[in-house]
Design a binder for this molecule. Structure first.
Ligand code: NDP
Length: 433
């Protein structure tokens, strides 16, 4: 087994040395997960629920430790990291209620009846990006386990530490061995094996659209189930009749939260006049990612505002607002995944909708208006999976989440999430003598 060093993006100092899982080790973990699943699916629903509640309690008891680990590994501000650890606990608790509600239907038919069962799929492969290592892990892990699947998770190479600790907490909480395994390592090695191994019956992938397309092609070879949560280029549409002060006060959070490394970042503000608030944010994840983000603000770019960033070590990038730029400019069209936002004026409602939809993505967005009819009209017309009205936040674990167009396939979260982790078995029972 090789190993690699994980860096703190705020200091550029080593945090930990982590094993880089090989292809063969991934295969062995999948084989263990396959065996463990036969027993896990047979655990009585109430007992599976209790184990998930114990797992949630264990995460809660170690929330501060997990938050501190995330601060070191991902550079998230501690307040955000505490929220993220709490999210893992809450998502586990929410889906702990699911095993006892996994019921089928009975359908009367001529000569008997049909009954349906929601059967677990088997081994689920979970591939997680570096921007929200804990929440995104939990969104796939918790419903998959609740449905009776075992999970092999691959955290992003740069941010594996909290996922690895959560794997230990699962065991400490009493989950049977190999029901939930975490394999740190490369996407091109561990991720690829999860996609191509026939015993993995579903992939849950969150990451870039480009890699998502490759994963979809890989899954197609085995007709493997797949959930894709991909990139975004979301609009924050501010109408003149909105509470402008509130819209302006939250606009920075809508795009600069997590240093803009947020798939739901509203990185296009459609409005007349940009207003900024002070933002508190951490560094970007790596030097190479910072170089990518910097390309969107070349010399001579129409910078309307630029915040400050700490000098010295760390992959810092100042929050940056670009004045109106052409609709062909990369900052206008691409997912920047950093704290850079463009401001674009619009004429009327139809124009705002057209600009908002002028992107291959469709993940998120916000609408600011005091006119409820307009809010609903525009929400229905914007081609995107998650919208908020007079708010910058649209992600809640008890409501469905996922993208339109090239932002993804399938829905995570909410009460129906287990549909994606089960298959329906339909059994006819004859009542003939
Ligand atoms: P990547 O697509 O580069 O990586 C995501 C994960 O996939 C990582 O664990 C990565 O491993 C792995 N991976 C990379 N290549 C392969 C491969 N060939 N086969 C299997 N696995 C692979 O995305 P980023 O980490 O850069 O994350 C940023 C992207 O994620 C943005 O586009 C963002 O919008 C999107 N995102 C979407 C969300 C949503 O819910 N829709 C939420 C959060 C982020 P490795 O670490 O080795 O690169």
């Amino acid at each position: 087994m090789t190993s690699y060093t994980v860096l703190n993006p705020a200091t550029e100092q080593p945090v930990s040395t982590v094993p880089g899982t090989s292809s063969e080790e991934t295969d062995a973990a999948i084989a263990r997960a396959e065996v463990a699943q036969r027993a896990w699916r047979s655990v009585a629903p109430g007992d599976r629920a209790s184990l998930l509640r114990a797992f949630a309690a264990q995460v809660d008891a170690h929330a501060e430790e997990l938050a501190r680990l995330e601060v070191e590994n991902s550079g998230h501000p501690v307040g955000a990291a505490r929220w993220e650890a709490g999210q893992v606990r809450d998502v586990l608790q929410y889906y702990a209620a699911a095993p006892e509600r996994l019921i089928g239907k009975q359908i009367p038919v001529a000569g008997g009846l049909n009954v349906t069962f929601a059967e677990p799929l088997g081994v689920v492969g979970l591939i997680v990006p570096w921007n929200f290592p804990m929440p995104i892990l939990s969104w796939g892990m918790a419903p998959a386990l609740a449905a009776g699947n075992t999970v092999v998770a691959k955290p992003a190479e740069m941010t594996p530490l909290t996922a690895m600790r959560i794997g230990e907490l699962a065991l400490e909480a009493g989950l049977p061995e190999h029901v939930f395994q975490v394999l740190p390592g490369k996407g091109s090695v561990v991720g690829q094996r999860l996609v191509h191994h026939p015993a993995v019956r579903k992939i849950v992938f969150t990451g870039s659209t480009e890699v998502g397309q490759q994963i979809m092609a890989g899954c197609a070879k085995q007709v493997k189930r797949l959930t894709l949560e991909l990139g975004g280029k979301s609009a924050n549409i501010v109408f003149a009749d909105a509470d402008i002060e509130r819209a302006a006060a939250t606009a920075p959070y809508a795009v600069f939260d997590n240093a803009g490394q947020d798939c739901c970042a509203r990185s296009r503000i459609l409005v007349g006049d940009p207003t900024l608030a002070d933002t508190e944010m951490g560094p970007l994840i790596s030097a190479s990612h910072r170089a990518n983000v910097a390309k969107y603000v070349p010399d001579g770019a129409p910078v309307a505002f630029r915040g400050s960033a700490p000098a010295g070590p760390g992959y810092w990038f100042p929050p940056t607002v670009l004045a109106p730029i052409g609709s062909g400019a990369p900052a206008y069209t691409d997912e920047i995944f950093g704290p850079v936002v463009t401001v674009t004026p619009f004429e009327d409602e139809a124009d705002a909708i057209e600009i908002a939809n002028d992107t291959p993505y469709g993940l998120s967005g916000s609408i600011w208006t005091s006119n409820i009819g307009r809010a609903i009209r525009v929400a229905r017309a914007v081609e995107t999976g998650n919208l908020s009205v007079n708010s910058h936040s649209s992600v809640r674990y008890w409501t469905p989440f996922g993208g339109f167009k090239q932002s993804g396939l399938g829905r995570e979260l909410g009460p129906d999430a287990l549909d994606a982790f089960t298959e329906t078995k339909n059994v006819f029972i004859s009542t003939q003598e």
